[in-house]
Ligand binder design. Structure first.
Ligand code: C2E
Ligand code: CA
Ligand code: CA
Length: 508
């Protein structure tokens, strides 16, 4: 429908125009001025109205983001806890509330392969999926990066919580299409329940986080229910961290040395330096317990430097046919300058490079990092020997032998142990390793030799060196001299015993 302007309205407008023209010639407060002032006043009022609306919208937005997370619009951590707190106070006695701490797996791959915008999209899609499956009787939050939390109210029991965790996992792992690619995430979930695990919101979320840490130790998707022992483990872990830091600051670490013998001649070949951390009660905290923690704390670099320098310094005073083996953590390589650290330790101590053996594990080679392989080559060029430790424990150990020209492999203790068992396959595997080692011109050490029977069998297979409690336990430095002397005495008596026979042979 067309609107026509009424004729009386046109007449009125025309009269206004005339009045405006007249006003220009009239003295005093003119009509034009009144009209202009009126227009300004209306415009001012309109502007003020607009500003007020904008301010109100900005305030509402600010209020929203006080409680919500920017990218997904889900609750943020403080608001999640506030709402959860409220829900927990209203919880009826027979009801359970479960908190699910969720860690997405695969977002980094999406970022790397499809770009950060795609990573953001997949996080938003996951947020919507979590909201959808959680329904109205739940609180959903994004805590950080790819960490979410869901609190589900009104559950009957722990089975309900477990089946909801499975529902969340399934929702997260639904394939999504992004930029023409099909993307599938997985997740790990930690679950904690009120009232059993905690009756306080922040503590319940923390408990779910601890359960999540456990879930993350496994592989693939999955969920873990909180157990009280997780808190004890965390407490022990904190105490161990404090002890490690204190031991380092006080110079309390020590080295023990375990002898290695040449299989053919039974002569001492050298020692392996093994780190010792006093437990404060006359014993030691096992390295397998504290070294991974020192690695995670980033302290293994400093500790490892100390081990290297101390081992080289002591070995420089031993007879110069004896070697010293030092274990290196992958973290020491990641920190960089490994070859410079080794060069410095050799320079400071005056130890000949070919007397130092560096033991690394396949984890380092597995990284397939060009800079690490470069460092290993530089180290080899210095003249130190590179040893592959714990050989045979990994997934595809044989392939590592082609990646880097090792000087020696140390067959893991588990093979030596298995010799006492029923499984005859271990013998075939050992034979295969020996022949491979020979064709690659690698020296082979068998470790963990505890009995004479194991020792003679390993020698018969063709091991070059043997190490284990049967030959000598790790010992403090003051016993090293005795072991060296005992070896020299044995060598002397062997020589004198064989001398008459040699003379007879020569005379004959
Ligand atoms: P590893 O390098 O395989 O060291 C051999 C471990 O086996 C040592 O345990 C040693 O005491 C033990 N062992 C030796 N012979 C026998 C035997 O006949 N029977 C049995 N049952 N055990 C034997 P330790 O000293 O507890 O060291 C454990 C691990 O800690 C080492 O395994 C190594 O991976 C790590 N480690 C030790 N010192 C250092 C270090 O200075 N730096 C780094 N990065 N790791 C170290
Ligand atoms: Ca070792
Ligand atoms: Ca080993």
């Amino acid at each position: 429908m067309r609107h026509s302007i009424p004729t009386d309205c046109i007449a009125w407008l025309a009269s206004c125009e005339i009045a405006r023209a007249d006003a220009l010639t009239l003295p005093g407060p003119s009509f034009a001025a009144i009209v202009t002032l009126g227009t300004i006043a209306i415009a001012g009022l309109f502007m003020a109205f607009l500003q007020q609306r904008r301010a109100a919208a900005a305030l509402a937005r600010a209020r929203f983001f006080e409680h919500h997370e920017v990218m997904t619009g889900l609750f943020n951590r403080p608001h999640f806890l506030d709402v959860l707190r409220g829900a927990m106070t209203r919880r009826r006695p027979h009801e359970h509330i479960a908190v699910f701490a969720i860690d997405l797996e695969g977002v980094r791959d999406v970022n790397d392969l499809l770009g950060n915008a795609a990573g953001d999209t997949i996080i938003r899609l996951t947020a919507r999926a979590l909201e959808r499956v959680s329904g109205s009787n739940a609180i959903v939050a994004r805590l950080s990066g790819d960490n979410f939390a869901v609190a589900r109210l009104g559950l009957r029991n722990v089975q309900d919580a477990a089946s909801f965790a499975a529902t969340l996992l399934e929702a997260i792992s639904q394939p999504q299409r992004l930029n023409g690619h099909e993307v599938m995430l997985s997740a790990r979930i930690g679950v904690a329940l009120a009232p059993g695990d905690s009756e306080e919101a922040a503590h319940l979320l923390k408990a779910a986080g601890l359960a999540l840490d456990r879930a993350c130790l496994g592989t693939g998707s999955g969920f873990t229910l909180f157990e009280k022992s997780f808190e004890r483990a965390l407490q022990e872990r904190r105490e161990l961290e404090v002890k490690i830091r204190e031991t380092l600051e006080k110079g309390g670490f020590d080295l023990h040395f375990q002898p290695l013998f040449r299989a053919g001649s039974n002569r001492l070949a050298g020692f392996e330096a093994l780190l010792r951390m006093p437990d404060g009660q006359g014993g030691f905290i096992p390295p397998v317990k504290f070294i991974p923690v020192a690695e995670e704390m980033g302290l293994i670099v400093e500790i490892g430097d100390w081990v290297l320098r101390r081992a080289c310094m002591l070995a420089a005073h031993w007879p110069d046919h004896l070697s010293i083996a030092v274990n290196l953590s992958p973290a020491q390589f990641s920190a960089g300058h490994m070859s410079r650290r080794v060069r410095d330790a050799l320079g400071e101590s005056g130890l000949r490079a070919d007397r130092l053996e560096l033991e690394i594990t396949e984890g380092l080679i597995l990284k397939d990092d060009a800079s690490i392989l470069g460092e290993l080559r530089t180290l080899k060029a210095l003249g130190v020997a590179i040893v592959l430790d714990d050989f045979g424990t990994g997934y595809s150990s044989l392939s590592y032998l082609w990646k880097f020209p090792f000087d020696k492999i140390k067959i893991d203790r588990s093979f030596t142990d298995a010799l006492d068992g029923e499984d005859r396959q271990v013998v075939e595997v050992l034979q295969a390793i020996m022949s491979l080692g020979r064709s690659l011109r690698l020296r082979i050490t068998a470790e963990g030799v505890e009995t004479g029977a194991q020792a003679s069998f390993l020698k018969s297979l063709g091991c070059d060196e043997v190490q284990g409690y049967y030959f000598g336990r790790p010992m403090p430095v003051d016993q090293v001299a005795l072991t060296i002397l005992a070896d020299a005495a044995r060598a002397l008596s062997d020589a004198t015993a064989s001398a008459p026979a040699a003379r007879l042979a020569a005379a004959g």
